[in-house]
Design a protein around this ligand. Structure first.
Ligand code: KPL
Length: 303
């Protein structure tokens, strides 16, 4: 049985794509497993299917755990179930940003822990409807020694979903590539409350992007990710912003919906890394603080 922790859009996309009866959602601790989760799932062909996903009742039957919680909830959510899961069941982490993945690998170094980086996206236009937004790809790689031998078996298993998967020998490098994009788009779109493409002409972005990319390049080199030029990073960020011009970034959506953002695992992670490595990160710090202030303000002044 494949257990899925986190029944948000991504969790539902995978649950609906895997063969019926092969996946179940992990209930919150103490919650009685209730009625199965039922929702409409619109696949890439535009067809609407009715998905029914049960709640997990027996952790001992789990042979694979997919973790699709928000980065900030991940460690506690896994800690709630870790003792009940078979020790050899691979744990696959789908979180955005960096920091939460390493925290899980450090806490359970003996377990097969893998990380995934995915461009498959789903959105949830209403409570009971999930739309597979575009064909993406998912790369999977090991974070612990015990995870190395599990990468290919996990990919083979997950291919039954019909989603595209590849092994990634250097998953950290791939997570870094996505982190650069998220660090350069998400906080600006949240602060400016604009779709991704609109930032390209905004003063806030134009006055900080080169400073941000200089910090990113220094951090990447010091963290063993090789030499990259700030101009190249800026080009990558702007290309994604242009290619996803009408999209609402996940951070803008979190702020709009008064949910906790993942800033601590994006620009906040880069600030902490800079402190460890002795690299000044004033732009990341400014962005992290301003997004934090924006979310605090919203929690204090609900509409
Ligand atoms: O991954 C994204 C996100 O919103 O978190 C980007 C690439 C910025 C697309 O919106």
């Amino acid at each position: 049985m494949i257990a899925i922790l986190g029944a948000g859009s991504l969790g539902r996309l995978w649950a609906a794509s895997l063969p019926a009866q092969s996946a179940a959602f992990v209930p919150r601790p103490g919650a009685l497993p209730g009625d199965p989760v039922r929702f409409e799932f619109q696949n890439l062909a535009g067809a609407t299917l009715n998905a029914t996903v049960p709640w997990l009742t027996d952790c001992s039957q789990v042979d694979l755990l997919l973790v699709m919680t928000k980065a900030g909830d991940t460690l506690n959510a896994i800690a709630d179930v870790a003792d009940k899961l078979p020790e050899n069941a691979p744990v696959v982490l789908f979180q955005n940003g960096l920091g939460s993945q390493q925290a899980v690998a450090e806490r359970w170094p003996e377990r097969p822990v893998l990380a995934a980086s995915t461009t498959d996206g789903a959105n949830r236009p209403s409570e009971h409807r999930v739309v597979h937004a575009g064909a993406g790809e998912t790369w999977l790689g090991a974070l612990t020694d015990a995870g190395q031998a599990q990468v290919q078996p996990v990919i083979n298993r997950l291919r039954s979903s019909g989603l595209t998967l590849h092994p990634e020998p250097d998953i950290l490098a791939r997570l870094w590539q996505k982190l650069v994009i998220n660090a350069g788009i998400n906080p600006f779109t949240a602060l400016l409350d604009c779709p991704n493409g609109d930032l390209l002409t905004e003063d806030l972005f134009l006055s900080h992007i080169d400073g941000l990319c200089t910090e990113l390049a220094q951090l990447m080199t010091a963290d063993g990710q090789g030499q990259v030029s700030p101009a190249d990073l800026r080009h990558r960020i702007e290309t994604v912003a242009r290619n996803t011009a009408r999209n609402t970034s996940s951070m803008r959506a979190d702020v709009q919906n008064r949910r906790r953002t993942e800033i601590d695992f994006i620009n906040g992670y880069l600030v902490r890394l800079g402190q460890r490595l002795g690299i000044a990160t004033p732009v990341n710090q400014l962005l992290a603080e301003r997004v934090q202030q924006l979310s605090n303000h919203q929690q204090e002044h609900p509409h």
